[in-house]
Design a binder for this molecule. Structure first.
Ligand code: GTP
Ligand code: MG
Length: 148
């Protein structure tokens, strides 16, 4: 079924929000397929955000992503890309609803705590980049209690 790449950015790690964020995806019913804490190189951050390379904020964005370790994850479930974006909230925290991660925990667009894939296609690209050895296939006994 559908996969999304979710990354807790350096501010989220530094602020101790890792647990809070994982809880939201877990309790929703999504399935964790991969997880690692990594300090990425500048060239890797540039590759992850290559579609934004012409934006004026690109250099600052890359600087932000390499400023400390990030938590990279793959979550699985029906509609996880779109629903994941809803759980995360709008890019600009001022426009993110309360109850979303950015709405609850962020103020600045350049410190917005978390990344989520914006389409199934970019999820596949991002998962291949961050988890080249693949994800973990495992059976969840909860599956039939969450999925009809
Ligand atoms: P991601 O999940 O991180 O990809 O965010 P997004 O999909 O909601 O937004 P987008 O892909 O357009 O931008 C990627 C990231 O660049 C954002 O999450 C912000 O951290 C940063 N960013 C986007 N727009 C701006 C901006 O106008 N100013 C600054 N400083 N940063 C921005
Ligand atoms: Mg994006």
């Amino acid at each position: 079924s559908e996969l999304s790449f979710i990354m807790i950015k350096p501010d989220g790690v530094q602020r101790g929000l890792v647990g809070e964020i994982i809880v939201r995806f877990e309790k929703k019913g999504f399935k964790l397929k991969a997880l690692k804490l990594v300090q990425v190189e500048r060239s890797f951050a540039e590759k992850h955000y290559e579609d934004l390379s012409s934006k004026p904020f690109f250099a600052g964005l890359v600087e932000y992503i390499v400023s400390g370790p990030v938590v990279a994850m793959v979550w699985e479930g029906k509609g996880v890309v779109l629903t994941g974006r809803k759980i995360i909230g709008a890019t600009k925290p001022a426009e993110a609803n309360p109850g979303t991660i950015r709405g609850d925990y962020a103020i600045d667009v350049g410190r917005n705590v978390i990344h989520g894939s914006d389409s199934v296609e970019s999820a596949h690209k991002e998962i291949a980049l961050w988890f080249p050895d693949g994800v973990v296939e495992w059976h969840s006994s909860l599956h039939p209690w969450i999925n009809e």
